[in-house]
Ligand binder design. Structure first.
Ligand code: GAR
Length: 218
């Protein structure tokens, strides 16, 4: 079986990108990352790609004639490299329709909140300000909306009265690094089926699944 070719879009630090690189290197995930695309020339993700010999394209949105053109260009670059899954690892933009259409249910995003609560930017800060007692992260397929696509895995952490956005973010990030590779692995193993707005996970083995993600442990 051919291994899955992944294209990653990232805007910044790239710790989730690194968690995917590590999952592949350790043999947990059978896939290869064929391309990193970033919208930010200063993203630390670029350095991570360089260290691992991953091709990188820096595509600056304002150099495209329109938002649609920008996402057409991204789709083209992914298609010519025969990418099977597009992974948004801290890509701080709402993905345009040309890309969503070209990779329907083949784009995954990680969001630092328990969707559908607190979509958009600063999910962790929104949760702190709201005063929730439990927060977490969500891996979902990307559709036209803002963090509205079918949910693949979620994981929860406690939120405390004294939490700052940074403190909660750090607690959530540890779980992001666990469930993102897990969701990608399920995709690579062809075990995800989108049914309406839900995702069915096939043949899950409770012993192998993350204890913090009830969808695959129950
Ligand atoms: C992560 O916490 C990710 O969930 C979040 O940005 C951070 C990126 O960190 N993404 C979003 O907020 C998307 N709306 P990283 O660059 O170290 O992976």
């Amino acid at each position: 079986m051919e291994s899955l070719s992944i294209g990653v879009l990232a805007s910044g630090r790239g710790s989730n990108f690194q968690s995917i690189i590590d999952a592949i290197d350790s043999g947990y995930l059978r896939a290869k990352i064929v391309l990193l695309i970033t919208d930010n020339p200063n993203a630390y993700a670029i350095e991570r790609a360089r260290k691992h010999g991953i091709e990188t394209l820096i595509l600056i949105p304002k150099l495209s004639a329109s938002r649609n053109d920008y996402y057409k260009k991204i789709s083209h670059e992914l298609k010519v490299r025969e990418v099977g899954l597009v992974v948004l690892a801290g890509f701080m933009r709402v993905v345009g329709k040309p890309l969503v259409d070209a990779f329907r249910f083949r784009i995954m995003n990680i969001h630092p909140a328990l969707l559908p609560s607190f979509p958009g930017f600063h999910g962790q800060g929104q949760a702190v300000d709201y005063g929730v007692k439990i927060s977490g992260c969500t891996v979902h397929f990307v559709d036209e909306g803002i963090d509205t696509g079918p949910i693949i895995i979620q994981a929860a952490v406690p939120a405390f009265f004294e939490d700052t956005e940074d403190a909660l973010s750090e607690r959530i990030l540890t779980l992001e690094h666990r469930i993102f590779p897990e969701a990608i692995r399920l995709f690579a193993e062809n075990r995800l089926e989108v049914v309406g707005r839900k995702v069915k996970i096939h043949n899950h083995n409770p012993d192998n699944s993350s204890l913090v993600s009830p969808q695959i442990s129950g």
